[in-house]
Design a binder for this molecule. Sequence first.
Ligand code: 5AD
Ligand code: SF4
Length: 469
Amino acid sequence: MPIPNERPGRPARIGLPRRFHILTFGCQMNAYDSGRLGDLLRFEGWAEAAALEDADFIFLNTCSIREKAEKRVIARLRSILPLKKGKPSLVVGVGGCVAEQEGRALLGLFPQLDIVAGPRRISEIPSLLRPNSDRQFPVVLSGDAQEGGPGDVPGLPPVPPRVLRQTGPTAFLTIMEGCDNHCAYCVVPRLRGPERSRDPADVLREAAGLVARGAVEITLLGQNVNSYRPRGSDGMGPGIPFVRLIKAMASALDVRRLRFTTSHPRDFPPELTRLFAEESVLAPHVHLPLQSGSDRTLWAMGRGYSYKEYLAVLKGLREANEGIAVSTDIIVGFPGESEEDFDLTLKAMEEIRFDSAFCFRYSDRPGTRAQAMPWKVPEADKASRLQRLIALQKEIGAGINRGLLGTVQEVLVEGRGREPGQLSGRTGGNKIVNFQGPDRYLGDFASVRILRTGPVSLLGGLPGGREGA
Ligand code: 5AD
Ligand code: SF4
């Protein structure tokens, strides 16, 4: 139910023909949600507009994890709303995490905005866009839908396959949403709500559909994907539900690669670790956010593990699969982080040698525990720490990648590279490889010899072929 507006609404004027354009910011969960919204709109007779200017409905699916992400969204919105002047029937909506975070306040900032819908309300958007003379915009939807409630994860409503989005060789599949961890810096639990896992039969059905439509690789998604626990799973027999799901997918689907992200180090039992030895379909890569190498900071963040415990998980993974690639997230400048704490993070990076690391400056987020903490780190210190961290990771990444020189890697070709005639894809370890090759490899695997390496990507060639430009 739309929340009643205190201000007088304006009649919804939905243009014809009905074409939508979705802009996605933030994480892969948002990318998945945008795809799902597109399917639902196509089911209602909408078509996708390639250009913003041709759209009758523009939707920004947004991220507010850091202040910078939110500012980017606001700037984009500011540039889009003037399009309404030339096209009064244009409907503009903001969804996702900024919508949930700001809610009605967005209307104060942008009175011309028509729809504000938090991440748990996106599937209601198509019905708001149905021609209906009674409908009044703006509409604000946030929190959980009244029917369903927090225990319910709306799966993809059954739409006929003809309207489903094209699947490239790689596809995302959200299996759980929300987060129960409450890390002190993070807005996600408040914005996406408590953890809710989808029914395994629904997940398998959707995965089979993705494979049938051309997906070669599927990435299972969740804010805390490895704590997947569907309702009633306690009565489903022995074993960990997430492990059972991966095994079921590996045996039931004709999929060549499975990945999952993001994992919490606290939910990494040995049964899950062992899968990297047992299931060849599982790509040898894990994204395991460390956040800090200092126990003091980890404790203040409320991460629920010590550095030693993190190392134990990593050791198990490397024993299960020696060559497993590991990527991470690190925050510098969390409130109270001293130079000594930061040094421990640098030491951890040297000891672990991550294949890649996403490094962030701590950003104060509204309503988080960290926002209320004293001892904020000055911006200049955060900037200097970030710079040192990135420089170190660059060196480590370059060293690891040099070790791949001359090896042959199985690359799933996802598209074209930047140079003419170049293709681009990823190894099982999630490394980007560019190489010269014929188009017939698009969407397929190629055995590529690594000829040159950098800190982030690799340059290769087909055996017997020319080197990539
Ligand atoms: N400030 C900086 N980085 C953050 N992250 C989450 N919240 C914040 C914040 N307030 C980072 C974490 C997380 C990644 C997705 O974003 O490292 O793992
Ligand atoms: Fe951004 Fe987090 Fe929301 Fe994803 S869940 S869009 S990362 S704030």
